[in-house]
Structure formats: structure tokens, C-alpha cells
Design a protein around this ligand. Structure first.
Ligand SMILES: [Zn+2]
Length: 293
């Protein structure tokens, strides 16, 4: 795709020894955490070539070895650069073994102009949590706080308890967006996303800097507000299902907190999630309940 812009921006320091840059074509944030012994990269860009370019760009900031690369989820702009990190420990959620080898991922690679056979899966697949020591007291804690933007979202919590004037940084992937409204696709969970953000908010202490998947870093109040926005979407889908509004009328009939194009892809998923939940818990959905004696 000759006309696509594949440029990567300059590193910006968001906290002591923690950086981000913006990579095109999707304006994705790529993170870099530097410790006294080693460095860790968060997300890999949109192609194997771009991954290799980002790997080289680490040397603009540090000569410490890259100990690990974490992908926050399987979307192209975060994970399609994995193959650029041969010989380095790569980490992702266990669901990526399937999703990054799916026909959908292959189509995405072709559309971006490269051979799907060069897509790589992270070598370390995690279900819940992992940690990478970077020297001194600096550690990158990697966790799956629950499903939300996708079924395999990971966050990276950078802690450094002995460091002065360092209140922590959390890379949130696309669970948080500050460049625009959060994006719901067919792989998002309308039902769970706000609960996952509750957990993210509890993890975020005052003073922490949160780096979203797209857009400038934010604070914990922003997480709380975006949690409420995401929860408003969940409740609106609950109302529509409860009122018997047909799935193909949901976008037009719903009262959404942001442009409906951000949720167009998730309507079918949301309807089946909410119906499944109502079937599991009679009384929580649209069924009549018996009065308790
Ligand atoms: Zn995404």
C-alpha cells in the first residue's frame, strides 16, 4: 500500500525512564520502559518491518538490552510487528495463539501489503499475569484484568517503589482511548468492559500516568470517566434488549454517548451477551419475576 504513511514519531518521556512514540498508519502508542539492567517494549506496530524499525529505535533512548516485548492485544496496529523481534521474549494473552493465526488476521496482513505467513504469535502466552524485572526495583507487571476491548487485553503496570518522584505508569492498550471515543468491535465485550475498567481504576493510584492505546497520556480520573461511558453503552444495550428493540434497529434507536460508528461492529455480540446473561439470571433481563413471599 504505497500511499499509506508508515512513519514513526520521536520518543517522548512520559515519566522517568518511561517513553512513548506514535506509529502510523493507525496513530498507535508504542511504549518503552527502561530500567537499570534492561528495557521492555509495549506493542509492536503494524507490520514486521515496522516492528524491526521500532526495535532499532529503542537504541535512540538506551543501550540496555530489550528483555521483552508485550502486545496489549491482537489488533494489527499493536501486534502485527511481532515478527520484527526475533530472538527476544515476546508476551501476549493466550487467546492470541488463535486470533493471530485466524483468516481475519491473514486478511488484515494482505490488506496492509505484506505476506500473512510473516505474522508471528508471542512466544510467552499468559492467562492472568506475569512480570519482567528491569533492574533495581523497577518491574513491569503484565496482567489480563478481564475482557473488554478484545478477549485478550493485557495491561502493563510499571512499578518502581524505590525510585523518587515516580508514581507509576500503566500502559492500558485500547481498554482506554484518549484520541477519541473507545472503539467497540465484534470481539469486544459490552457486558464486561466496564468491570475490567473498575479493576484498572483500583490498580491506578493517585499520580499514576495511564498511557492509552491511542492519544495522549491521562490520569486515573479519566479512567473512571471512561468506565462510566463504557458502562452507559452496556446499560443502553440492556434497555434495548429489554424493550424488545430488534438488533438491526439498535444503532438508530439507542441513545449513545458517542458516535454510533464506534459501536456498529459490536451490536450482534452485545445482543447475544445480554440475552445469554438474562437467560442465566432470570429477573436480570426482560423476564417477569415472581414476588418473593
Ligand atoms: Zn484495538
Amino acid at each position: 500500500m504505497g500511499e499509506r504513511n508508515w512513519s514513526i514519531g520521536a520518543w517522548q518521556e512520559v515519566a522517568a525512564g518511561v517513553f512513548r512514540l506514535v506509529a502510523q498508519p493507525a496513530s498507535v502508542n508504542v511504549g518503552l520502559v527502561v530500567g537499570s539492567e534492561a528495557a521492555l517494549l509495549v506493542d509492536t506496530g503494524s507490520s514486521p518491518d515496522q516492528g524491526a524499525q521500532l526495535r532499532a529505535a529503542v537504541q535512540q533512548v538506551t543501550d540496555k538490552p530489550l528483555a521483552a516485548v508485550v502486545v496489549t492485544h491482537d489488533h494489527f496496529d499493536h501486534a502485527f510487528g511481532l515478527a520484527g523481534f526475533g530472538g527476544i521474549r515476546t508476551i501476549g494473552h493466550e487467546s492470541l495463539e488463535q486470533t493471530l493465526q485466524s483468516p481475519g488476521a491473514a486478511d488484515g496482513a494482505r490488506e496492509l501489503g505484506f505476506d500473512p505467513a510473516t505474522l508471528a504469535v508471542p512466544e510467552t502466552l499468559i492467562g492472568v499475569a506475569d512480570a519482567v524485572e528491569l533492574g533495581g526495583s523497577r518491574v513491569a507487571e503484565i496482567a489480563h484484568l478481564g475482557v473488554g476491548h478484545t478477549r485478550g487485553d493485557l495491561i502493563v503496570n510499571v512499578a518502581d517503589p524505590a525510585a523518587k518522584d515516580f508514581d507509576g505508569v500503566i500502559f492500558a492498550g485500547d481498554l482506554i482511548e484518549s484520541a477519541g471515543a473507545p472503539f467497540f468491535g465484534p470481539d469486544s465485550s459490552v457486558d464486561e468492559w466496564s468491570w475490567t475498567l473498575d479493576r484498572l481504576y483500583s490498580l491506578a493510584r493517585p499520580g499514576v500516568i495511564i498511557v492509552p492505546g491511542h492519544g495522549d497520556p491521562v490520569d486515573r480520573d479519566f479512567v473512571r470517566d471512561q468506565r462510566d461511558t463504557v458502562d452507559a453503552v452496556r446499560m443502553e444495550f440492556g434497555r434495548l434488549v429489554g424493550d424488545g428493540v430488534a438488533q438491526d434497529e439498535a444503532l438508530a434507536r439507542g441513545n449513545w454517548p458517542f458516535p454510533a460508528e464506534h459501536i456498529a461492529g459490536v451490536v450482534a455480540t452485545a445482543y447475544s451477551e445480554i440475552r445469554a446473561q438474562a437467560a442465566q439470571q432470570p429477573g436480570a433481563g426482560d423476564r417477569p419475576t415472581l414476588p418473593l413471599a
